[in-house]
Design a protein around this ligand. Structure first.
Ligand SMILES: [Ca+2]
Length: 372
């Protein structure tokens, strides 16, 4: 290359750079303000599977979400305290936590496979914080009161609810009547405020899945069969073979509670991704990863908790999700977001600045580094 060519090449690069910067600036200015955050409430069991912890981290670290509340639908005090601990760690120490009553001191024991470990009590103790520090589970909100308060304060049609466990809290909301927060009944309040209910539960188009039968199947039937607004279902088949958490366990910050939870629970084995995929949809809609599996009809749950899809051309506000991408690609996206979320916490940034960052990222493959 001659000197003139090099000079021209450099000039062209400079012009390109300036025009790229200008177009980026104009694009940002033309788009106006940052898109509004989506109001989200998570209803989680956070007990017998660790994927709830991953799901909560996704929402708590997403710049596109305003996490209004977390309701816990398992009665273990440890689940309640772990929810508070996670929220505090990821920068939401004031986010209210509700819990069904009566609370118990139950700890998870894997009596199915005898291979999974307990995590909720350990996270609750080691990362104690937020509105419910260790020993203060009884200070949690009544979940129905919390739903009614948060919904009544939210703009109309602005709230997404992600249900990633059992149904006692949502059934209670449906049964609720006027109180100090709102003159509306439960169904009226839902109709006014909730834009979408996203449910991890069931199999599609039909099946028999744990979230519907594992606690109180009649309450699952109550919520699914009586909910009038839009519902999107994430079935057993959606997340069963999407195995995530491996990179978080291998490469996440040592002080990250969700990394620790996955290690306590799986002993360093990637885990099915039912709840993280459900919350990912609740946060961002169909996006690149999801599509609807049906065009019409509704889900029906019977008393034992089994479900079947009833195809009905007149019903258009219920769908079940399918992946648009390979299961490995969905897992890779979750793993990218897990790592991004874990490293977004200021404490981790501080440790990155003190040298841990270089040590950590020098071990990452280039494609993962670029993706962050
Ligand atoms: Ca769950």
């Amino acid at each position: 290359m001659t000197a003139i060519a090099m000079q021209n090449s450099g000039t062209i690069k400079l012009v390109l750079l300036v025009s790229l910067l200008a177009s980026a600036f104009l694009s940002a200015a033309g788009d106006g303000a940052i898109p509004p955050r989506r109001n989200l409430i998570i209803d989680t069991d956070l007990f017998s599977d660790v994927d709830d912890a991953g799901a909560i981290m996704l929402a708590a670290t997403s710049p596109s979400v305003r996490l209004l509340a977390v309701n816990v639908n398992h009665p273990s005090s440890y689940s309640v305290l772990a929810a508070s601990a996670l929220l505090a760690h990821y920068g939401h120490p004031q986010t209210p936590v509700g819990a069904r009553r009566p609370l118990t001191a139950a700890a998870f024991f894997d009596s199915w496979f005898f291979e999974l470990g307990e995590y909720a009590s350990k996270v609750a103790y080691r990362w104690s914080g937020g509105t419910l520090p260790w020993g203060h589970a009884e200070n949690s909100w009544d979940p129905v009161a919390l739903y009614r308060k948060v919904l009544s304060e939210a703009p109309d049609q602005s709230v997404t609810i992600a249900s990633i466990g059992f149904f006692e809290n949502l059934s209670g909301l449906l049964n609720s009547s006027a109180d100090i927060y709102s003159t509306l009944s439960g169904p009226e309040l839902i109709a006014a405020k909730v834009s979408e209910l996203v449910v991890m539960g069931g199999e599609y188009p039909s099946g028999y899945e744990f979230n519907f039968w594992g606690d109180n199947s009649s309450l699952a039937a109550h919520v699914v069969n009586e909910w009038k607004g839009p519902i999107v279902f994430s079935g057993f088949e959606l997340g069963a073979n999407v195995k995530s958490g491996g990179p978080l366990m291998a490469e996440g910050p040592e002080n990250d509670p969700v990394r620790a939870a996955y290690i306590y629970y799986t002993y360093n084995t990637s885990r099915a991704s039912w709840d993280p995929l459900t919350v990912l949809y609740a946060m961002g809609g169909l996006g690149e990863l999801f599509e609807y599996g049906n065009t019409n009809g509704y889900n029906h749950v019977v008393a034992n908790g089994s479900n079947s899809w009833v195809f009905d051309d007149a019903i258009r506000n219920q769908h079940w999700l399918r992946l648009r991408v390979a299961e490995e690609a969905a897992a890779a996206e979750l793993d990218r977001l897990f790592l991004k979320g874990a490293w977004s916490v200021p404490d981790q940034v501080a440790s990155m600045e003190s040298g841990h960052f270089d040590q950590h990222f020098s071990s990452l493959p280039p494609d993962r580094l670029a993706a962050m």
